[in-house]
Design a protein around this ligand. Structure first.
Ligand code: PLP
Length: 427
């Protein structure tokens, strides 16, 4: 591809990342190798000092993974990206790359249950505290959560499973007025439907397990950097990026790597020490998913909107949350940030008891009950009984999860068949 040309997302899905040279494989190869060969000891030593870039051990970097990360960076409009073993690892790395024991960050409370637990419980054990805020609260209310040791603001573009839409510009304003980056988990819309950097976000994370892979075959994650956050302007807040790293002979990331500082540090320190790599085999499968992302995402959205409209008109359905519905409280935000559609995930509740919801799910025929969302096959889940069962009712409400919430992930089958399956189960 021509480095100076701006390609559309559809072209990037197919072409970005792997550009073979003369005689090389047309298709991205799987570099199934832990190690890489050099001719002299000196060449290898320079890699260990970060003085040359190159591969030496797959725990740090692998060419297959790097090609797929480069495709995701291009799709998001970022300067650099890294793949991780899961979405959980991606969010952990994004926070832990700038927060250490004694630090604090602020996060929307409308986030994925696993992230909620990571932030509220596990990071706390490492000495990193967070404050959960209602993302729909006024700016001055959210600003009250910031402290002198606050290092980041976090939110999800579309929350899982609540399907609430984040006002990214509002969040970016709050973060930047406090001299910290905005980190956005963009898993549900994917860069096909929303590119948070265009609205002021600084770091984007993904669970690539969802639409990016799209076929439910490999767990993975990604961290992408816009390269825009001015770390050196707030040098005292981010010493890990702006002061010498003794483990690399006193190299300073912002000085040595400029706009690539964030991802280079996350690779050189966190991947080196924690090792949450994606296997090259999974990265290869992820790349196959990405090659059709621009075709699948619009179909998921088209099907989901039709199902959401059908559910809304059904008297057995108490409520439907899908931001593409004109009646939805997030419709205006959705039109602004997600003009081409939001995603395939719908949250809804049935008239009747919790048991009725469970009965409905058990009667579905090809729509399966699975702990997954956002793949080609339509599936359903009751978060209060499944993914979020460790949360109290109060935490459930904070996370935007009503006890009767059914999460329906609409696939890319024929929508008439999807609706027919729901109809017979409701009957
Ligand atoms: C699934 C998900 C995660 C966690 O990703 P894994 O790949 O399952 O570790 C994080 N954020 C969001 C929004 C998710 O949907």
């Amino acid at each position: 591809m021509d480095k100076n040309k701006k390609y559309s997302p559809s072209t990037l899905c197919v072409q970005a990342g792997w550009t073979p040279k003369k005689g090389e494989p047309r298709v991205l190869p799987i570099y199934q190798s832990t190690t890489f060969k050099y001719d002299t000891s000196e060449q290898m030593a320079r890699l260990f000092d970060l003085e040359d870039s190159g591969y030496f051990y797959t725990r740090l970097q692998n060419p297959t993974n790097d090609a797929v990360a480069a495709k995701i960076a291009a799709l998001e409009g970022g300067v650099a990206a890294m793949l991780t073993s899961s979405g959980q690892a991606a969010n952990f790395y994004a926070i832990f790359n700038i927060c250490q024991a004694g630090d604090h960050f602020v996060t929307s409370s409308n986030i994925y249950g696993g992230t909620y637990n990571l932030f509220g419980v596990t990071l706390k054990k490492l000495g990193v505290e967070c404050t959960f805020v209602d993302p729909n609260a006024p700016e001055e209310e959210i600003a009250k959560a910031f402290r002198p040791n606050t290092k980041a603001l976090f939110g999800e573009t579309i929350s899982n499973p609540g399907c609430e839409v984040l006002d990214i510009e509002k969040f970016a304003r709050i973060a930047h007025s406090h001299g910290v980056p905005l980190i956005v988990d963009n898993t549900f819309p994917t860069p096909i439907n929303c590119r948070p950097f265009e609205w002021g976000a600084d770091i984007v994370t993904h669970s690539t397990t969802k639409y990016m892979d799209g076929h439910a075959v490999s767990v993975g994650g990604a961290v992408v950097d816009s390269g825009n956050f001015p770390w050196d302007e707030y040098a005292e807040k981010f010493p890990g990026l702006t002061t010498p790293d003794e483990s690399y002979h006193g190299l300073t990331y912002t000085k040595a790597f400029g706009r690539n500082a964030f991802i280079t540090k996350a690779t050189a320190q966190l991947m080196r020490d924690l090792g949450s790599i994606q296997s090259p085999q999974n990265a290869f499968l992820l790349n196959l998913g990405l090659e059709t992302l621009h075709l699948r995402v619009p179909r998921h959205c088209e099907n989901a909107l039709a199902v959401a409209k059908w559910l809304e008109a059904n008297p057995k359905v108490k409520w439907v949350n899908y931001s593409g519905l004109p009646s939805n409280k997030y419709y205006e935000l959705s039109k602004k940030y997600l003009p081409n559609g939001s995603c395939g995930v719908i949250a809804f509740g049935l008239e009747g008891t919790r048991e009725d919801a469970i009965k409905f799910m058990d009667r579905l025929k090809f729509i399966a009950i699975v702990t997954h969302v956002a793949d080609a096959r339509t599936c359903v889940l009751h978060p209060a009984s499944h993914t979020h069962r460790q949360l109290t009712d109060e935490q459930l409400r904070e996370a935007g999860v009503a006890p009767d919430l059914i999460r329906l992930s609409v696939g890319i089958e024929d929508v008439a068949d999807i609706i027919a399956d729901i109809e017979q189960a409701l009957a």
